[in-house]
Write a protein that binds this ligand. Sequence first.
Ligand code: NG6
Ligand code: CA
Length: 514
Amino acid sequence: MNRKTGIAICLGGAAVAAAGCALTPAQKPNILLIVADDLGIGDVGCYGMGRIPTPAIDSLALGGVRFTNAYATSATSTPSRYAMFTGLYPWTNPAAQILPGDAPLIIPTDIPTLPKALQEAGYSTAAIGKWHLGMGNGNIDWNKPISPCANDIGFDYSCLIAATNDRVPTVYVENGSVLGLEADDPLEVSYEKNFEGEPTALSNPEMLRLTPHHGHNCSIVNGVPRIGYMKGGKSAVWNDEDMADYFVGKVKSYIDTHSEEPFFLYYGLHQPHVPRLPHSRFLGSTPYGTRGDAIVEADWCVGEVMRCLDEKGLLENTIVIFTSDNGPVLQDGYNDLADSLVADHTPSGIYRGGKYSAYDGGTHIPMIVYWKGHTRKQVSDAFVSQLDYFASIARLAGAETPEGIDSEDYSRSFLGKSKKGRSSLILEAKSHLALKEGSWILIPPYKGRKVRPDTGTELGNLKDYALFNLDDDPHQDRDLSSTEPEKLSQMKDRFHSMVGSYYDPDITAKLKKK
Ligand code: NG6
Ligand code: CA
Protein backbone atom coordinates (compact mmCIF):
# COMPACT_ATOMS: atom_id res chain seq x y z
CA MET A 1 0.00 0.00 0.00
CA ASN A 2 1.49 3.35 -0.86
CA ARG A 3 1.39 6.15 1.70
CA LYS A 4 -1.21 8.18 -0.16
CA THR A 5 -3.76 5.37 -0.41
CA GLY A 6 -3.30 4.44 3.22
CA ILE A 7 -4.04 7.94 4.38
CA ALA A 8 -7.12 8.19 2.20
CA ILE A 9 -8.56 4.99 3.70
CA CYS A 10 -7.86 5.89 7.29
CA LEU A 11 -8.90 9.51 7.09
CA GLY A 12 -12.07 8.90 5.15
CA GLY A 13 -14.13 9.55 8.30
CA ALA A 14 -14.32 12.86 10.08
CA ALA A 15 -12.17 11.94 13.02
CA VAL A 16 -8.54 11.78 12.12
CA ALA A 17 -6.41 9.34 14.02
CA ALA A 18 -9.43 8.60 16.16
CA ALA A 19 -9.51 5.63 18.48
CA GLY A 20 -9.73 2.47 16.44
CA CYS A 21 -7.88 4.09 13.58
CA ALA A 22 -4.32 3.66 14.68
CA LEU A 23 -2.12 4.90 11.89
CA THR A 24 0.48 2.59 10.45
CA PRO A 25 3.71 4.27 9.38
CA ALA A 26 2.48 4.18 5.78
CA GLN A 27 -0.64 6.14 6.73
CA LYS A 28 0.87 8.92 8.76
CA PRO A 29 0.69 12.37 7.18
CA ASN A 30 3.89 14.37 7.06
CA ILE A 31 3.78 17.55 9.11
CA LEU A 32 5.47 20.70 7.82
CA LEU A 33 5.42 23.51 10.39
CA ILE A 34 6.60 26.82 8.92
CA VAL A 35 7.13 29.58 11.48
CA ALA A 36 7.99 33.07 10.24
CA ASP A 37 9.82 35.53 12.50
CA ASP A 38 7.96 38.76 13.43
CA LEU A 39 5.46 38.46 10.57
CA GLY A 40 2.22 40.27 11.41
CA ILE A 41 -1.29 39.21 10.54
CA GLY A 42 -1.49 42.29 8.30
CA ASP A 43 1.71 41.28 6.52
CA VAL A 44 0.02 38.29 4.90
CA GLY A 45 -1.90 39.20 1.74
CA CYS A 46 -4.85 36.85 2.21
CA TYR A 47 -5.75 38.43 5.54
CA GLY A 48 -6.78 41.46 3.50
CA MET A 49 -5.39 43.98 5.97
CA GLY A 50 -2.07 45.03 4.44
CA ARG A 51 -0.48 45.74 1.10
CA ILE A 52 2.36 43.26 0.60
CA PRO A 53 1.70 40.51 -1.95
CA THR A 54 2.24 37.00 -0.55
CA PRO A 55 0.88 34.74 -3.31
CA ALA A 56 2.51 31.52 -2.08
CA ILE A 57 1.21 31.86 1.47
CA ASP A 58 -2.16 32.96 0.09
CA SER A 59 -2.36 29.83 -2.04
CA LEU A 60 -2.26 27.74 1.17
CA ALA A 61 -5.36 29.64 2.25
CA LEU A 62 -7.00 29.02 -1.15
CA GLY A 63 -7.23 25.33 -0.31
CA GLY A 64 -6.92 25.46 3.43
CA VAL A 65 -8.18 26.86 6.70
CA ARG A 66 -7.24 30.46 7.41
CA PHE A 67 -7.57 31.24 11.10
CA THR A 68 -8.64 34.72 12.15
CA ASN A 69 -8.50 34.02 15.88
CA ALA A 70 -5.13 32.28 16.29
CA TYR A 71 -2.59 33.20 18.95
CA ALA A 72 1.05 32.74 19.71
CA THR A 73 1.50 32.23 23.42
CA SER A 74 3.91 35.14 23.55
CA ALA A 75 4.86 38.40 21.89
CA THR A 76 8.49 37.32 21.39
CA SER A 77 10.23 34.37 19.81
CA THR A 78 11.82 32.19 22.48
CA PRO A 79 8.72 31.68 24.63
CA SER A 80 6.47 31.15 21.60
CA ARG A 81 8.72 28.44 20.20
CA TYR A 82 9.11 26.90 23.66
CA ALA A 83 5.32 26.53 23.86
CA MET A 84 5.07 25.00 20.36
CA PHE A 85 7.54 22.23 21.15
CA THR A 86 6.69 21.54 24.80
CA GLY A 87 2.95 22.24 24.96
CA LEU A 88 3.67 24.13 28.18
CA TYR A 89 2.90 27.75 29.02
CA PRO A 90 6.32 29.37 28.59
CA TRP A 91 5.96 31.75 31.55
CA THR A 92 6.08 28.72 33.84
CA ASN A 93 9.77 28.49 32.87
CA PRO A 94 11.52 31.75 33.80
CA ALA A 95 14.33 30.91 31.32
CA ALA A 96 11.93 31.21 28.40
CA GLN A 97 12.80 34.82 27.58
CA ILE A 98 14.57 36.31 24.55
CA LEU A 99 17.86 34.39 24.65
CA PRO A 100 21.38 35.46 23.75
CA GLY A 101 23.18 33.37 21.13
CA ASP A 102 25.23 31.46 23.71
CA ALA A 103 22.34 30.58 26.04
CA PRO A 104 22.01 26.98 27.21
CA LEU A 105 19.20 24.79 25.85
CA ILE A 106 16.12 25.82 27.85
CA ILE A 107 13.99 22.77 27.04
CA PRO A 108 15.00 20.09 29.56
CA THR A 109 16.08 16.95 27.71
CA ASP A 110 14.00 14.73 30.00
CA ILE A 111 10.56 16.23 29.38
CA PRO A 112 8.10 15.20 26.66
CA THR A 113 8.28 17.28 23.50
CA LEU A 114 6.30 17.31 20.28
CA PRO A 115 9.20 16.05 18.16
CA LYS A 116 9.90 13.24 20.66
CA ALA A 117 6.24 12.18 20.61
CA LEU A 118 6.38 12.08 16.82
CA GLN A 119 9.64 10.12 16.84
CA GLU A 120 7.96 7.58 19.09
CA ALA A 121 5.11 7.37 16.60
CA GLY A 122 7.53 6.47 13.81
CA TYR A 123 8.29 9.90 12.38
CA SER A 124 11.60 11.26 11.16
CA THR A 125 11.97 14.73 12.63
CA ALA A 126 13.95 17.79 11.60
CA ALA A 127 14.44 21.40 12.66
CA ILE A 128 15.77 23.78 10.01
CA GLY A 129 16.20 27.56 10.29
CA LYS A 130 15.71 29.80 13.31
CA TRP A 131 16.05 28.07 16.67
CA HIS A 132 16.36 30.53 19.61
CA LEU A 133 15.84 27.91 22.32
CA GLY A 134 19.45 27.72 23.38
CA MET A 135 22.02 24.99 22.93
CA GLY A 136 24.78 23.54 25.08
CA ASN A 137 25.03 23.86 28.84
CA GLY A 138 25.97 27.52 29.22
CA ASN A 139 29.64 27.18 28.49
CA ILE A 140 29.89 26.33 24.82
CA ASP A 141 33.11 25.55 23.00
CA TRP A 142 31.88 26.34 19.49
CA ASN A 143 34.73 24.34 17.98
CA LYS A 144 33.53 21.05 19.42
CA PRO A 145 30.22 19.17 19.23
CA ILE A 146 27.64 21.14 21.24
CA SER A 147 25.62 19.13 23.71
CA PRO A 148 22.76 19.10 24.45
CA CYS A 149 21.27 20.49 21.25
CA ALA A 150 18.04 20.31 19.23
CA ASN A 151 18.76 16.65 18.53
CA ASP A 152 18.47 15.94 22.28
CA ILE A 153 14.88 17.15 22.48
CA GLY A 154 13.57 15.00 19.64
CA PHE A 155 14.95 16.21 16.31
CA ASP A 156 16.78 13.54 14.31
CA TYR A 157 18.29 16.25 12.13
CA SER A 158 18.89 19.93 12.79
CA CYS A 159 20.44 22.78 10.81
CA LEU A 160 19.96 26.02 12.67
CA ILE A 161 20.95 29.53 13.49
CA ALA A 162 21.49 29.43 17.25
CA ALA A 163 19.36 32.45 18.07
CA THR A 164 18.39 35.29 15.71
CA ASN A 165 19.99 36.78 12.62
CA ASP A 166 21.06 39.84 14.63
CA ARG A 167 22.89 37.81 17.30
CA VAL A 168 26.28 36.15 17.23
CA PRO A 169 27.48 33.57 16.41
CA THR A 170 26.58 34.21 12.78
CA VAL A 171 27.16 30.60 11.73
CA TYR A 172 25.04 27.56 10.89
CA VAL A 173 24.94 24.74 13.41
CA GLU A 174 24.15 21.30 11.98
CA ASN A 175 23.40 18.47 14.40
CA GLY A 176 25.22 20.37 17.14
CA SER A 177 28.36 21.25 15.16
CA VAL A 178 29.26 24.56 13.58
CA LEU A 179 29.48 24.03 9.82
CA GLY A 180 32.53 25.11 7.85
CA LEU A 181 34.95 25.87 10.70
CA GLU A 182 38.66 25.59 10.06
CA ALA A 183 40.91 24.30 12.82
CA ASP A 184 43.36 27.20 12.57
CA ASP A 185 40.65 29.84 13.08
CA PRO A 186 38.60 28.86 16.11
CA LEU A 187 35.30 30.58 16.83
CA GLU A 188 34.88 32.42 20.13
CA VAL A 189 31.71 34.06 21.40
CA SER A 190 30.99 36.34 24.35
CA TYR A 191 27.97 38.29 25.47
CA GLU A 192 29.98 40.05 28.15
CA LYS A 193 32.95 41.70 26.55
CA ASN A 194 34.64 42.25 23.22
CA PHE A 195 37.71 40.31 22.12
CA GLU A 196 40.75 42.51 22.09
CA GLY A 197 41.35 44.26 18.79
CA GLU A 198 38.07 43.13 17.20
CA PRO A 199 36.05 45.91 15.55
CA THR A 200 32.66 46.87 16.93
CA ALA A 201 29.99 49.27 15.74
CA LEU A 202 31.22 51.74 18.35
CA SER A 203 34.93 51.57 17.53
CA ASN A 204 34.64 51.22 13.74
CA PRO A 205 31.44 52.81 12.47
CA GLU A 206 33.09 53.29 9.05
CA MET A 207 32.87 49.50 8.54
CA LEU A 208 29.07 49.49 8.71
CA ARG A 209 26.71 49.20 5.78
CA LEU A 210 23.71 49.12 8.13
CA THR A 211 23.79 51.33 11.22
CA PRO A 212 22.25 50.58 14.60
CA HIS A 213 19.23 52.54 15.76
CA HIS A 214 19.32 51.04 19.25
CA GLY A 215 21.38 48.19 20.68
CA HIS A 216 23.17 46.16 17.98
CA ASN A 217 26.49 47.87 18.57
CA CYS A 218 28.79 44.92 19.21
CA SER A 219 30.69 42.78 16.66
CA ILE A 220 30.48 43.67 12.98
CA VAL A 221 29.81 40.75 10.64
CA ASN A 222 29.37 41.31 6.90
CA GLY A 223 29.27 45.05 7.58
CA VAL A 224 26.30 44.55 9.93
CA PRO A 225 26.57 45.27 13.65
CA ARG A 226 25.23 42.45 15.86
CA ILE A 227 24.21 41.73 19.42
CA GLY A 228 27.14 40.02 21.16
CA TYR A 229 30.81 39.62 20.40
CA MET A 230 32.55 37.04 18.32
CA LYS A 231 35.99 36.35 17.01
CA GLY A 232 37.38 33.92 14.44
CA GLY A 233 35.45 31.22 12.61
CA LYS A 234 35.64 33.34 9.44
CA SER A 235 35.17 30.38 7.08
CA ALA A 236 31.92 29.45 8.88
CA VAL A 237 30.27 32.88 8.83
CA TRP A 238 26.95 32.96 7.00
CA ASN A 239 26.14 35.31 4.19
CA ASP A 240 22.96 37.15 5.24
CA GLU A 241 21.70 37.63 1.69
CA ASP A 242 22.04 33.89 0.99
CA MET A 243 20.30 32.67 4.14
CA ALA A 244 16.90 32.21 2.46
CA ASP A 245 18.40 30.14 -0.36
CA TYR A 246 20.53 28.22 2.11
CA PHE A 247 17.63 27.08 4.28
CA VAL A 248 15.31 26.45 1.32
CA GLY A 249 18.06 24.18 -0.01
CA LYS A 250 18.29 22.34 3.30
CA VAL A 251 14.51 21.94 3.51
CA LYS A 252 14.29 20.62 -0.06
CA SER A 253 17.07 18.14 0.42
CA TYR A 254 15.48 16.93 3.67
CA ILE A 255 12.16 16.39 1.86
CA ASP A 256 14.03 14.72 -0.98
CA THR A 257 15.69 12.21 1.27
CA HIS A 258 12.66 11.56 3.48
CA SER A 259 9.84 11.23 0.95
CA GLU A 260 9.33 7.54 1.71
CA GLU A 261 8.77 7.86 5.47
CA PRO A 262 6.55 10.07 7.58
CA PHE A 263 8.36 13.23 8.64
CA PHE A 264 7.84 16.20 10.93
CA LEU A 265 9.73 19.18 9.62
CA TYR A 266 9.92 22.44 11.54
CA TYR A 267 11.10 25.23 9.23
CA GLY A 268 11.88 28.49 11.06
CA LEU A 269 12.01 31.32 8.53
CA HIS A 270 14.35 34.13 9.56
CA GLN A 271 12.30 36.85 7.87
CA PRO A 272 11.26 39.61 8.41
CA HIS A 273 13.30 39.83 11.64
CA VAL A 274 16.15 42.36 11.67
CA PRO A 275 18.62 42.74 10.04
CA ARG A 276 16.47 42.65 6.90
CA LEU A 277 18.90 41.64 4.19
CA PRO A 278 16.98 39.81 1.48
CA HIS A 279 18.78 38.47 -1.56
CA SER A 280 19.36 41.14 -4.23
CA ARG A 281 16.73 39.56 -6.48
CA PHE A 282 14.06 40.66 -3.99
CA LEU A 283 15.36 44.18 -3.41
CA GLY A 284 12.88 46.81 -4.52
CA SER A 285 10.05 44.32 -4.96
CA THR A 286 7.86 46.43 -2.66
CA PRO A 287 7.72 50.16 -1.95
CA TYR A 288 8.10 49.35 1.77
CA GLY A 289 11.86 48.99 1.92
CA THR A 290 13.79 45.91 2.95
CA ARG A 291 11.14 44.80 5.46
CA GLY A 292 8.60 44.49 2.64
CA ASP A 293 11.18 42.86 0.38
CA ALA A 294 12.12 40.36 3.11
CA ILE A 295 8.45 39.37 3.36
CA VAL A 296 8.33 38.81 -0.40
CA GLU A 297 11.45 36.66 0.02
CA ALA A 298 9.80 34.67 2.84
CA ASP A 299 6.79 34.11 0.60
CA TRP A 300 9.12 32.86 -2.14
CA CYS A 301 10.62 30.38 0.36
CA VAL A 302 7.15 29.02 1.13
CA GLY A 303 6.42 28.72 -2.59
CA GLU A 304 9.66 26.83 -3.23
CA VAL A 305 8.97 24.34 -0.48
CA MET A 306 5.41 23.78 -1.67
CA ARG A 307 6.66 23.24 -5.21
CA CYS A 308 9.11 20.67 -3.91
CA LEU A 309 6.33 18.78 -2.08
CA ASP A 310 4.24 18.89 -5.24
CA GLU A 311 7.04 17.60 -7.43
CA LYS A 312 7.61 14.71 -5.04
CA GLY A 313 3.88 13.90 -5.08
CA LEU A 314 3.70 14.58 -1.33
CA LEU A 315 1.03 17.29 -1.15
CA GLU A 316 -1.79 14.83 -0.45
CA ASN A 317 0.01 13.41 2.54
CA THR A 318 1.55 16.52 4.03
CA ILE A 319 -0.22 18.79 6.49
CA VAL A 320 1.26 22.27 6.15
CA ILE A 321 0.90 24.74 9.01
CA PHE A 322 2.05 28.29 8.35
CA THR A 323 2.33 30.81 11.20
CA SER A 324 4.50 33.48 12.85
CA ASP A 325 6.17 33.45 16.27
CA ASN A 326 4.90 36.86 17.35
CA GLY A 327 3.45 40.10 16.05
CA PRO A 328 5.25 42.58 13.81
CA VAL A 329 7.64 45.42 14.54
CA LEU A 330 9.02 48.08 12.21
CA GLN A 331 11.89 49.75 14.08
CA ASP A 332 13.67 46.88 15.87
CA GLY A 333 17.22 48.16 16.09
CA TYR A 334 18.62 49.15 12.69
CA ASN A 335 18.22 52.26 10.56
CA ASP A 336 16.54 50.37 7.72
CA LEU A 337 13.71 52.86 7.05
CA ALA A 338 11.05 50.22 7.82
CA ASP A 339 9.07 52.77 9.83
CA SER A 340 9.32 55.70 7.45
CA LEU A 341 8.49 53.61 4.37
CA VAL A 342 5.53 51.71 5.86
CA ALA A 343 3.03 54.18 4.37
CA ASP A 344 -0.38 52.54 3.98
CA HIS A 345 0.81 49.05 4.87
CA THR A 346 -0.47 47.86 8.26
CA PRO A 347 1.61 44.96 9.66
CA SER A 348 -0.61 44.46 12.76
CA GLY A 349 -3.77 44.74 10.68
CA ILE A 350 -6.65 46.03 12.76
CA TYR A 351 -4.99 45.15 16.06
CA ARG A 352 -3.23 47.39 18.56
CA GLY A 353 0.46 47.13 19.39
CA GLY A 354 2.83 44.55 17.93
CA LYS A 355 5.86 42.51 18.95
CA TYR A 356 6.58 42.99 22.71
CA SER A 357 3.01 44.17 23.36
CA ALA A 358 0.34 42.80 25.68
CA TYR A 359 -2.20 44.26 23.27
CA ASP A 360 -3.42 41.89 20.58
CA GLY A 361 -0.85 42.94 17.96
CA GLY A 362 1.75 41.08 20.03
CA THR A 363 0.23 37.62 19.82
CA HIS A 364 -2.70 37.64 17.35
CA ILE A 365 -0.88 35.98 14.51
CA PRO A 366 -1.53 34.56 11.03
CA MET A 367 -2.13 30.83 10.90
CA ILE A 368 -3.11 28.71 7.93
CA VAL A 369 -3.49 24.93 7.78
CA TYR A 370 -3.40 23.33 4.34
CA TRP A 371 -3.68 19.67 3.49
CA LYS A 372 -4.45 18.97 -0.12
CA GLY A 373 -7.56 16.88 -0.51
CA HIS A 374 -8.44 17.16 3.18
CA THR A 375 -8.85 20.86 3.91
CA ARG A 376 -11.10 23.07 1.82
CA LYS A 377 -10.91 26.81 1.48
CA GLN A 378 -12.45 28.37 4.55
CA VAL A 379 -11.99 31.10 7.08
CA SER A 380 -12.21 29.85 10.65
CA ASP A 381 -12.74 31.95 13.74
CA ALA A 382 -11.98 29.00 16.02
CA PHE A 383 -9.91 30.27 18.96
CA VAL A 384 -6.67 28.30 18.63
CA SER A 385 -3.13 28.79 19.85
CA GLN A 386 0.34 27.55 19.05
CA LEU A 387 0.22 26.09 22.56
CA ASP A 388 -2.13 23.52 21.02
CA TYR A 389 0.31 22.30 18.37
CA PHE A 390 1.58 19.48 20.58
CA ALA A 391 -1.80 17.87 21.29
CA SER A 392 -3.32 18.65 17.89
CA ILE A 393 -0.38 17.56 15.75
CA ALA A 394 0.12 14.46 17.92
CA ARG A 395 -3.50 13.55 17.29
CA LEU A 396 -3.18 14.04 13.53
CA ALA A 397 -0.05 11.88 13.53
CA GLY A 398 -1.44 9.12 15.73
CA ALA A 399 1.11 10.03 18.41
CA GLU A 400 0.65 10.18 22.18
CA THR A 401 0.04 13.40 24.08
CA PRO A 402 1.35 13.23 27.64
CA GLU A 403 -0.88 14.01 30.61
CA GLY A 404 -0.50 17.29 32.40
CA ILE A 405 0.62 19.63 29.62
CA ASP A 406 -1.18 22.86 28.75
CA SER A 407 -1.70 21.90 25.10
CA GLU A 408 -5.24 20.98 23.98
CA ASP A 409 -6.32 18.96 20.97
CA TYR A 410 -8.09 21.04 18.31
CA SER A 411 -7.02 18.83 15.41
CA ARG A 412 -10.54 18.81 13.95
CA SER A 413 -10.59 22.59 13.95
CA PHE A 414 -7.10 22.63 12.43
CA LEU A 415 -8.53 20.68 9.49
CA GLY A 416 -11.63 22.87 9.28
CA LYS A 417 -13.97 20.10 10.46
CA SER A 418 -15.03 21.97 13.58
CA LYS A 419 -15.03 25.49 14.97
CA LYS A 420 -14.31 24.32 18.49
CA GLY A 421 -11.51 26.22 20.16
CA ARG A 422 -10.07 27.13 23.52
CA SER A 423 -12.18 28.64 26.23
CA SER A 424 -9.26 30.67 27.54
CA LEU A 425 -5.59 31.41 26.98
CA ILE A 426 -2.98 33.27 28.98
CA LEU A 427 -1.05 35.63 26.70
CA GLU A 428 2.49 36.70 27.50
CA ALA A 429 4.57 39.72 26.50
CA LYS A 430 8.00 39.82 28.12
CA SER A 431 6.64 38.20 31.29
CA HIS A 432 3.54 40.43 31.32
CA LEU A 433 0.50 38.19 31.38
CA ALA A 434 -3.03 38.79 30.11
CA LEU A 435 -6.13 36.60 29.75
CA LYS A 436 -8.21 36.00 26.65
CA GLU A 437 -11.57 34.33 27.12
CA GLY A 438 -13.86 34.19 24.13
CA SER A 439 -13.72 37.65 22.60
CA TRP A 440 -12.82 39.24 25.95
CA ILE A 441 -9.34 40.28 26.95
CA LEU A 442 -8.26 41.21 30.45
CA ILE A 443 -5.01 43.11 30.79
CA PRO A 444 -3.96 43.42 34.43
CA PRO A 445 -1.97 46.41 35.71
CA TYR A 446 1.78 46.52 35.14
CA LYS A 447 4.31 49.15 36.09
CA GLY A 448 6.52 50.49 33.33
CA ARG A 449 6.40 52.70 30.30
CA LYS A 450 3.29 52.83 28.14
CA VAL A 451 5.36 53.02 24.98
CA ARG A 452 8.71 51.35 24.42
CA PRO A 453 10.91 54.30 23.44
CA ASP A 454 13.23 52.48 21.01
CA THR A 455 10.67 50.53 18.97
CA GLY A 456 7.70 52.83 19.58
CA THR A 457 5.55 49.84 20.59
CA GLU A 458 2.50 50.39 22.79
CA LEU A 459 3.24 47.84 25.48
CA GLY A 460 -0.09 47.65 27.25
CA ASN A 461 1.29 48.69 30.65
CA LEU A 462 -1.84 50.04 32.30
CA LYS A 463 -2.45 51.46 35.77
CA ASP A 464 -5.49 49.32 36.50
CA TYR A 465 -7.25 46.25 35.15
CA ALA A 466 -8.52 46.87 31.63
CA LEU A 467 -11.17 44.87 29.84
CA PHE A 468 -11.70 44.79 26.10
CA ASN A 469 -14.11 43.02 23.78
CA LEU A 470 -12.51 42.29 20.44
CA ASP A 471 -15.87 41.58 18.79
CA ASP A 472 -16.76 45.21 18.39
CA ASP A 473 -13.46 46.76 19.41
CA PRO A 474 -10.62 44.84 17.75
CA HIS A 475 -8.22 47.73 18.28
CA GLN A 476 -8.75 47.68 22.06
CA ASP A 477 -9.63 51.35 22.31
CA ARG A 478 -12.52 51.01 24.76
CA ASP A 479 -11.78 49.82 28.26
CA LEU A 480 -15.01 48.23 29.54
CA SER A 481 -13.81 47.55 33.07
CA SER A 482 -16.17 50.11 34.63
CA THR A 483 -19.22 49.26 32.52
CA GLU A 484 -18.85 45.46 32.79
CA PRO A 485 -18.04 44.95 36.49
CA GLU A 486 -19.31 41.37 36.61
CA LYS A 487 -17.27 40.26 33.60
CA LEU A 488 -14.28 42.06 35.06
CA SER A 489 -14.56 40.30 38.37
CA GLN A 490 -15.02 36.86 36.76
CA MET A 491 -12.02 37.34 34.54
CA LYS A 492 -9.85 38.68 37.35
CA ASP A 493 -10.66 35.59 39.39
CA ARG A 494 -9.92 33.30 36.49
CA PHE A 495 -6.69 35.10 35.60
CA HIS A 496 -5.31 34.90 39.14
CA SER A 497 -6.30 31.30 39.57
CA MET A 498 -4.55 30.41 36.30
CA VAL A 499 -1.30 32.31 36.82
CA GLY A 500 -0.94 32.45 40.62
CA SER A 501 2.36 33.92 41.69
CA TYR A 502 3.56 34.27 38.10
CA TYR A 503 1.68 37.58 38.06
CA ASP A 504 3.99 40.34 39.23
CA PRO A 505 3.03 43.95 38.40
CA ASP A 506 6.63 44.99 38.98
CA ILE A 507 8.24 42.42 36.70
CA THR A 508 9.78 44.96 34.28
CA ALA A 509 11.95 46.52 36.97
CA LYS A 510 12.92 43.10 38.32
CA LEU A 511 13.96 41.77 34.92
CA LYS A 512 16.03 44.91 34.32
CA LYS A 513 17.89 44.44 37.60
CA LYS A 514 18.87 40.85 36.71
C1 NG6 B 1 15.59 42.41 21.32
C2 NG6 B 1 16.42 43.08 20.22
C3 NG6 B 1 15.65 42.95 18.92
C4 NG6 B 1 15.34 41.51 18.62
C5 NG6 B 1 14.62 40.87 19.80
C6 NG6 B 1 14.39 39.40 19.64
C7 NG6 B 1 17.77 44.96 21.08
C8 NG6 B 1 17.81 46.40 21.44
N1 NG6 B 1 16.63 44.50 20.56
O1 NG6 B 1 16.27 42.46 22.53
O2 NG6 B 1 16.37 43.54 17.87
O3 NG6 B 1 16.52 40.81 18.36
O4 NG6 B 1 15.39 41.05 20.98
O5 NG6 B 1 13.40 39.16 18.74
O6 NG6 B 1 18.75 44.27 21.26
S1 NG6 B 1 12.67 37.78 18.70
O7 NG6 B 1 11.69 37.89 17.66
O8 NG6 B 1 13.68 36.80 18.41
O9 NG6 B 1 12.06 37.59 20.00
CA1 CA C 1 10.09 36.79 16.48
